[in-house]
Design a protein. Structure first.
Length: 135
């Protein structure tokens, strides 16, 4: 069956900031169709560094729009989308570092059977699990 997961992955990191991607992967053995992500807007808002002025919001909000679906992910494949950044510069800081929020994933197999799972997305450098890495 398809098994769909979502996670935040570092796109590029440096001394002053980290850019992130939201990755949606099918780790199961069958294709997944009509994949949708949803989350409580208030919980998402609490993860923003400055909720009144969110850089890159135009890339983030569509990921959770109810009319937006990923048509198909075959087994072993993934898709990604720009997902903001953490930064020393407040004008570029989308997220509070290590903020997390729950996301529901709904999807179907090729026969039309519906599946639902929940994951906790955490905004953290995925290139280093304990906070250290060589520059």
């Amino acid at each position: 069956r398809p098994i769909v997961a979502a996670f935040v992955k570092t796109h590029k990191g440096g001394n002053h900031g980290i850019a992130y991607n939201l990755v949606v992967a099918n780790t199961g053995t069958r294709p997944a169709t009509r994949i949708r992500l949803s989350c409580d807007p208030s919980k998402l808002r609490r993860a923003f560094k400055c909720p009144d002025q969110v850089p890159f919001l135009d890339y983030i909000e569509p990921c959770f729009h109810p009319d937006r679906a990923i048509p198909l992910i075959v087994h072993g494949e993934s898709v990604s989308n720009s997902f903001g950044m953490t930064s020393d510069d407040p004008r570029n800081a989308t997220w509070i570092y290590e903020a997390s929020f729950p996301v529901a994933i709904t999807y179907f197999d090729l026969s039309g059977k519906r599946f639902r799972s929940e994951v906790e997305l955490t905004i953290r450098d995925s290139d280093s699990f304990a906070g250290g890495r060589w520059a």
